[in-house]
Write a protein that binds this ligand. Structure first.
Ligand code: ZN
Length: 219
């Protein structure tokens, strides 16, 4: 059985072969096999298509396709993480940036990641100038760390401008899109998620102290 992250339920699961692999007509050289598989998760059991391109044909397609690690899956697994403690609109957009990344929609991912950083700045009253100067301003207001600001500049200097630049005009390799989405994640962590965790910690500490004081008074 082939193992992958199911594009329907998002869990890592075994894919059971349902149909005899079909060999597709391939323009050029090589062999393309495709087959239907079923997710083995009891809550899912939905069907996916596994397709593989090979330079040499299988001698036993049914036995070999299930062991092939270069199977491409449809639907692809779409990752859309939740962003706790982030304002809902911003969190939803950040989640969509990851969804774009997981289907290799790199320009879409970058456009949304930029929108998230813009909205985060706006949420803190920073509305003027290009995105990089907004990031500088967030740094000045101690919302983000030195290294995060530096990283934003490096990504920009690498020619993969997070600030502006015509997305439709330039190639957008996966690594660049991943770096920009990772920067977005880091900014959300520093601006919203980290501080929220600290506040929660402080709250539980105060709560514990209050309970201890009550116990002492009671004894
Ligand atoms: Zn599934």
């Amino acid at each position: 059985m082939a193992t992958t992250i199911c594009g329907w339920c998002g869990t890592r699961t075994h894919m059971a072969l349902c149909t005899e692999p079909t060999m597709l007509p391939f323009v050029g050289q090589g062999y393309v096999y495709t087959a239907t598989f079923q997710c083995s998760s009891e809550e899912c059991e939905r069907l996916s298509i596994g397709t593989v391109w090979r330079q040499t044909g299988y001698s036993s397609p049914k036995a070999e396709i299930v062991k092939d690690s270069s199977l491409q899956w449809e639907p692809k697994s779409i990752r859309s993480p939740d962003f706790e403690n982030v304002p809902k609109q911003i969190a939803d957009t950040a989640s969509e940036a990851h969804a774009c990344l997981s289907i290799s929609a790199h320009r879409g991912a970058v456009a949304l990641a930029r929108a998230v950083v813009e909205a985060t700045a706006k949420d803190h009253g920073i509305t003027k100038g290009p995105l990089v100067s907004k990031i500088d301003e967030m740094h000045k207001q101690n919302l983000i760390r030195d290294i995060t600001r530096e990283l934003a500049h490096e990504i920009r200097e690498g020619g993969n401008e997070i600030a502006h630049g015509d997305l439709a005009d330039e190639p957008m390799p996966a690594e660049d899109a991943e770096a920009i989405v990772a920067l977005m994640d880091e900014i959300l962590e520093e601006v919203y998620q980290g501080p929220a965790r600290m506040v929660a910690l402080q709250k539980s500490r105060l709560e514990r102290e209050r309970r201890n004081a009550e116990k002492k008074q009671g004894s």
